[in-house]
Write a protein of this length. Sequence first.
Length: 332
Amino acid sequence: MRTLEFRRPFRVSRSVATETRVVDVEIRHEGVSGFGEATPSRRYGVSAEETLEWAESSAGLLGDDPFALEDIGFRLTDAGRPTVVRAALDAALHDLCGKLVGLPVWRLLGLPSAGPPTSWSIGIGDPDEMARQAAEAISRFRCLKIKLGARDGLDVERVRAVRRVTDCPLRVDVNEYWTLDEALDHLPRLADLGVEYCEQPLKAGDPDAVDLRRKSPVPIYLDEECLTPADVARSAERAHGINVKLEECGGIREAIGMVRTARALGLRTMLGCNAASALGIAPEAHIAGLFDHVDLDGNLLIADDPWRGVDFVDGHQLPSRRPGLGVEPEAA
Ligand SMILES: [Mg+2]
C-alpha cells in the first residue's frame, strides 16, 4: 500500500483530493513476476486497507495456471472479491502471461498499440483559473475534460472561459451534480460552445435520464451508473455512451465484454481511470485502441511516480512494446 501525492489539489463535484492511496500486487509463477495496481475509490466504498486484505486473501484462489484467466476471474467473482481487487489481479496476470510468452499485452489481445489521444482533466475552480490551466495544458494535450457540478450557477461560464483560450475538443464531466432542469438549461448552451459529450450529468439511477437522453443536444455518457457488464444493457435507453473503468468492471476481460455489448447496443465508449501510477494506468493504455475516446491522465496527475512504462507521446498514452505490461520500478 502506498500514497501517491498529486501535483496540485484536484476538485470534482463531490470532493477535493490532494493524494490517493493505492495497493500494488505481485503474482509470481516459475520465477517470473506480474504486477498490478489497485486504485480504490471512496465513491464505491472500498478502502485501501480492505483492498489490501482482499488482495492478500485471494492468493489461494489463483491456482497454478496464470493463463486460466476466465476460470480465475470466475473464482474471484464467486468469492465476492470487489472489482477493484479483481482488476489489479487481472492486470498482474496479464503482465505475467505477456512476460511468459514474450509479448506486450496489447499484442497478446490482438489490439492496436495506440488508441485515441487522452484528454486532460481540469478540476473545478473559478472560470478564469480554469481557463488559465487550459491555456497551459493545450500545448501538450489534444483535448480537455472540464469538471463541472459546482452548484454555483457558473458551470456554463467555466466552459465559455476555457473555450476562449482553445479550439480543441472539449468534454465535460458533472459527476452526478445536475438536476434534469439544470441539464436541460446548460446542455444546449454547451452544445453552442462545441462540447463533444457530457459525462454523468444526473445522479446514478435518476429516472430522468431517459427523458434527458431524448432531449439533450449533447451526447450523454454514463460513468457512475454504468460500472459492470450487467449495467450496459439498461444504459442504452438512458445515454449515448458509457465510460468504462477497469477498477469498476473488474479488469481487462470484463472491459472488453462491456465494449462489445455497448457496440451491439449502439452505444459509444470511452475509457476512464482513477489517479494512479504508471503501473495502474498501463493496463488501460494496452486496451485504449478499443475505445472511441480515452481519458487516461491518472498517472500524469501524480508528483513522483514510482513506476515507468507508459509513454506520453503527442497527446497519446502509449503502452510499452516490452513483454507484459512493460512497466518497471522508476529506480530500476
Ligand atoms: Mg467521470
